[in-house]
Design a protein around this ligand. Sequence first.
Ligand code: NAI
Length: 255
Amino acid sequence: MRFENKVALVTGSSQGIGAACAIRLAADGADVILNGRKLDERGEALIKQITDMGRKAHFIAADVSKAPNVVQLVNDAIAVYGQLDILVNNAGVEKNNDFWNVTEEEYDFVMDTNLKGVFFGIQAFVKYCMNEKREGVIVNMSSVHEEIVFPHFAAYCASKGGLKMLTRNLATELAHLDIRVNNVAPGAIATPINQKLLNNKEQLNSVLENIPMKKMGTPEDVAALVAFLCSDDAKYITGSTHFVDGGLTYHYEEQ
Ligand code: NAI
């Protein structure tokens, strides 16, 4: 129970990686604040699953792509159980389009969710930690695409590349406050964001061909890494990106 008496906020946790992170943190003892744009049956099922595990769970509906909303989310999350120890910035979106056709609306949708929301969410959490003189742990859900290219997903890559430097910068700026910040960079993980790919056998096979382990990862694989980084086992780890990608990022194809 490494997170006993800790409270964690996981953004975008109705499904996929965020839901797995919420469940894993709860399994390790945390009470959890769940978030999504709205509470639906997935969020309700998750609350039940976590309370059945003997932990507390509360859902706050908020669109993290708007700075005032994400600030409100963090402040509301603190108010629910009177404390916040762990912030997992998981919510993220992508848009597939040729670079020359990307609209401002598509760009803003991706950048505001994946980068701006994270920036101002962390800011609100840091202000709380400073005021209350509390330590804090932050994990940002980045992607292998903070490091490797993804043609037709330019805004997504820009957002995750931005997260890479945001994490490096904040880790340095916040270390003296006992606030750690790290990125988790998943490779190809079987979640609803990849539903089209999962439904297309040919495309899926060519993606798997490119992964040394020849399989996709699971949300639980990612959640295990997030839980480690949030724990005291990682108390000397800050400012870095941790890949969970079956070897995808730095693989080499022998000719
Ligand atoms: P998903 O689409 O299954 O889940 C994302 C969740 O975030 C959804 O519940 C969605 O409603 C929520 N969300 C999106 N925008 C939001 C907003 N503005 N406010 C509040 N909630 C919002 O996606 P998945 O696969 O679980 O991805 C989670 C994170 O992992 C994302 O940041 C994604 O970029 C990253 N990632 C995923 C990979 C994968 O292969 N699935 C690979 C690399 C990174």
